[in-house]
Design a protein around this ligand. Structure first.
Ligand code: ATP
Ligand code: GAR
Ligand code: MG
Length: 396
């Protein structure tokens, strides 16, 4: 074990990205007596409120990132978002720092091209057909080759930002402009994917610990405009589908390596299971595990990255989560309706504590447990419908 936070014997975890997922990672690390440092691009990010200390830096700036990490000298660096100067993480890893799960995994997964080419072209995993385009002309060509509908996404973005469905060739310019506006980093490259008509989509949380790989029961989810609005666990899959899903998840996570939890996103189709993408960190749809599993995805992440054993994951109850998203803009707002939502059976709420709203920003989730997934989904959605983000005009 290790000594107290702030002592010479402490074990220090530094989190890069301090949103709702990181907040729960920090809480789990605190439970094991770890010293915690939260980093993000803005002040008062959710995880900063629960960490021992925090820093605000531009995490896409390699020099700032390296300077901070050399100053803090953490035992473990835990990326929580994709928008990080991952080349700096590669250098820091070479200097001897431990990057979760590995610097290469963070570099490959921040970029849709890196992970897609690895999965489809090197590992031979089944995915939707895809093309890349660097200009509107190339996008027209890609759309001609793939046919419509197809999905256009910036190669660097997340939570559906910059993503659109191209329903007919004339939509190409709108899709191109949407991608330019939503891209995380400058640059215009997009991926164009054939539209997958799926029966359902799942996240297979996959834990790599010193004990090897274990899978959480599959999580089903619904996305709107490329962002999650509802998730539930367990999602019913037949044994053949589960085998395919676990094979894909094991193949990609073995290739990425390192320790920690991975969110493997899969489409279940009548032509089999398709790989979509993977997060080398806890997943937004996996927040449901706070209501369903004996160890949540956050507890599993922290245990495994600290080198502790993870032998099994046990589902204690079916459950569901639903999101609350903001409509307005500004810092003068309040989340209301908690009294009503918390009166529902076996229901909890997580209010993230983000300091500012913008349209579509996820501000809270509800978590409901029930005797079956259907009832849990109904209750979680009802609870979420009782929550509101009220924005006060005068202070904007
Ligand atoms: N080729 C596709 N065919 C049909 N639907 C798709 C396709 N690609 C993405 N989607 C839908 O859009 C959602 C978001 O896509 P994707 O996961 O690639 O985006 P993202 O921005 O990385 O989202 P997140 O960061 O939340 O994982 C998917 O979960 C799925 O519902
Ligand atoms: N799909 C990835 C995802 O859900 N990531 C989570 O959202 C936060 C950013 O939220 P913000 O954009 O509201 O600051 C991230 O920090 C992470 O916790
Ligand atoms: Mg996704």
């Amino acid at each position: 074990m290790w000594g107290a936070p702030f002592s010479a014997q402490s074990r220090k975890l530094l989190l890069l990205g301090s949103g709702e997922l990181g907040k729960e990672v920090i809480i789990e690390a605190q439970r094991l007596g770890v010293e915690t440092v939260a980093v993000d691009r803005y002040n008062n990010a959710p995880a900063m409120g629960v960490a021992h200390r925090s820093h605000v830096i531009d995490m896409l700036d390699a020099e700032s990132l390296k300077a901070l990490i050399r100053l803090e000298k953490p035992d473990v660096i835990v990326p929580e978002i994709e928008a990080i100067a991952t080349q700096a993480l590669v250098e820091l890893e070479q200097e001897g720092f431990l990057v979760i799960p590995t610097a290469r995994a963070t570099r490959l997964t921040m970029d849709r091209e890196g992970i897609r080419r690895l999965a489809a072209e090197e590992l031979g995993l089944p995915t939707a057909e895809y093309r890349f385009a660097d200009s509107l002309e190339e996008l027209h060509q890609a759309i001609t080759e793939l046919g419509t509908p197809c999905v256009v996404k910036p190669i660097m973005s997340s939570s559906g930002k910059g993503q659109s469905v191209c329903r007919k060739p004339e939509d190409a310019e709108d899709c191109w402009n949407t991608a330019l506006e939503g891209a995380r980093a400058k640059g215009t490259r997009v991926i164009v994917e054939a539209f997958v008509t799926f029966e359902s989509e799942v996240t297979l949380l996959t834990v790599r610990s010193v004990d090897g790989t274990v899978f959480c029961p599959p999580i089903g989810h619904i996305q709107k405009d490329g962002d999650y609005v509802e998730s539930w666990q367990p999602h019913q899959m037949n044994p053949g589908q589960l085998d395919e899903a676990q094979f894909i998840a094991r193949t990609i996570t073995d290739e990425l390596g390192g320790l920690g939890i991975f969110g493997v996103e899969l489409f279940l189709t009548n032509r089999g299971v398709l790989f979509s993408e993977v997060s080398p960190r806890p997943h937004d749809t996996g927040m449901v595990t706070m209501a369903t599993q004996d160890l949540s995805q956050f507890a599993l992440h922290v245990r495994s990255i600290l080198g502790f054993p993870v032998q099994t994951v046990n589902l204690l109850t079916p459950g569901a989560s639903a999101t609350l998203k903001a409509v307005g803009n500004g810092q003068a707002f309040a989340v209301t309706g908690l009294k009503e939502a918390l009166a529902l059976p076996r229901t909890q709420v997580r209010v993230f504590g983000k300091p500012e709203v913008r349209p579509g920003r996820r501000m809270a989730i509800t978590l409901s447990a029930a005797e079956n997934v259907e009832n849990a989904r109904t209750t979680a959605k009802k609870a979420a419908s009782m929550l509101k983000v009220e924005v006060y005009e005068d202070e904007q």
